[in-house]
Design a protein around this ligand. Structure first.
Ligand code: ADP
Ligand code: MG
Length: 210
């Protein structure tokens, strides 16, 4: 999914926190969003995902306005993911249930993504019993399992040990290559941006900087 942002302005009270005259996010690419705390990275994802619709300007999705159909093809993984108080398996199954795939297919997809992210051992644990890092891995699995056209990731590896970071990066890249899914990833880690992003946009005080 290609995104065009046109004259985006977002303010809290008197304070402008995002001011982007023009930005294009290319289809099928991994685009990094980097910048210091408070520079507007999460605000940008909130606007693109339409969680926040109190802004000025326009976001176009493959040239179209936001709609329910577009929403269905976007997944947003929050920095502090919200998981249900059910098993990890059920959490990952949930998006497939919504889409009414047949039972066997659902089961295979869930098992496959758990294996790829190396979280099979968490299958029976419940959402609220997981550590921060485990929750981030499960949330990524739940996002990847149904193959969205646009994947929004807010600092997905911020609480993660280096071994798991490798696994997550590998699966994000694989999703991008195999599914040609567009990925927008907020990261503090410039090494990570260099490793996996095709381009990186730097934000500073709500503006794109070089
Ligand atoms: N609900 C809110 N009310 C007031 N100010 C907010 C709110 N959410 C974010 N901000 C402010 O907007 C700016 C951008 O925040 P954010 O997008 O979360 O930054 P980042 O994700 O880059 O750390 C910050 O100055 C933050 O304090
Ligand atoms: Mg943030």
């Amino acid at each position: 999914m290609k995104l065009d942002l046109i004259d985006i302005k977002k303010a809290y009270g008197e304070k402008t926190v995002l001011d982007i005259p023009q930005m294009t996010i290319e289809e099928g690419k991994i685009t990094g969003i980097a910048g210091p705390n408070g520079s507007g990275k999460s605000t940008l994802l909130n606007i693109i995902s339409h969680i926040d619709d109190t802004y000025n300007g326009k976001v176009k999705y493959n040239g179209m306005d936001f709609s329910r159909d577009i929403a269905k093809n976007i997944t947003y993984v929050f920095q502090k993911p919200y998981l249900f108080r059910r098993s990890v398996y059920d959490n990952i199954l949930y998006p497939l249930k919504l889409r009414k795939l047949d039972k066997k297919t659902q089961e295979n997809l869930v098992k496959d993504i758990m294996k790829r992210l190396e979280i099979e051992n968490l299958s029976n644990k419940r959402g609220h019993q997981l550590s921060g890092g485990e929750s981030q891995k499960v949330a990524l699995a739940r996002a990847l399992v149904f193959k969205p056209h646009l994947l929004l990731l807010d600092e997905p590896t911020s609480n993660i040990d280096s071994e798991s970071v490798k696994v997550m990066e590998r699966e994000i890249v694989r999703f991008n290559k195999e599914r040609e899914g567009t990925v927008l990833i907020v990261t503090h880690n410039l090494d990570q941006a260099q490793r996996i992003c095709d381009t990186t946009i730097y934000l500073d005080s709500g503006r794109v900087s070089n």
